[in-house]
Ligand binder design. Structure first.
Ligand code: FES
Length: 105
C-alpha cells in the first residue's frame, strides 16, 4: 500500500492508503477526504476533485491534457501552479509519503 497524506480544506490531515494504479480521487473518496466530491465520477468533467500536488510530483507527471487544463479553470478553488484533477492522476509507488492539499474555495 502507498500512504498519502491529504490536507483537507479546514487544515486537518487525513492519511490515506492507496492502491498502485488507482486514481488519486478514488483513493481520497474511499477514505472520505473532505472536499473531494468527484461529481462526474472521474471523467474530468466537473473539477470537484481539484488537488494541489507537491512540486516534484507535479513535475514528474508532466503536463495535464488539454481537457484537464480547461476544466481546472472551472474549479471552485482558484487554480494554483501545481493544481491537478485528482481523477486524472494515477497513484504510483513513488508517491508513498507525499502530501496532497485540497484547496479551499
Ligand atoms: S471527478 Fe470530475 S473532474 Fe475529477
Amino acid at each position: 500500500m502507498i500512504t498519502i497524506k491529504f490536507i483537507q480544506p479546514d487544515g486537518s490531515e487525513k492519511l490515506v492508503s492507496a492502491m498502485n494504479g488507482r486514481s488519486l480521487m478514488e483513493a481520497a473518496q474511499g477514505a472520505g477526504v473532505v472536499g473531494i466530491v468527484a461529481e462526474c465520477g472521474g471523467s474530468a468533467a466537473c473539477a470537484t476533485c481539484h488537488v494541489v500536488l507537491p512540486q516534484e510530483v507535479f513535475d514528474r507527471l508532466g503536463a495535464p491534457e488539454e481537457h484537464e487544463e480547461d476544466m481546472l479553470d472551472f474549479a471552485d478553488a482558484p487554480r494554483q501552479t501545481c493544481s491537478r484533477l485528482s481523477c486524472q492522476v494515477r497513484v504510483t509507488p513513488d508517491m508513498d509519503g507525499i502530501i496532497v492539499r485540497v484547496p479551499t474555495a
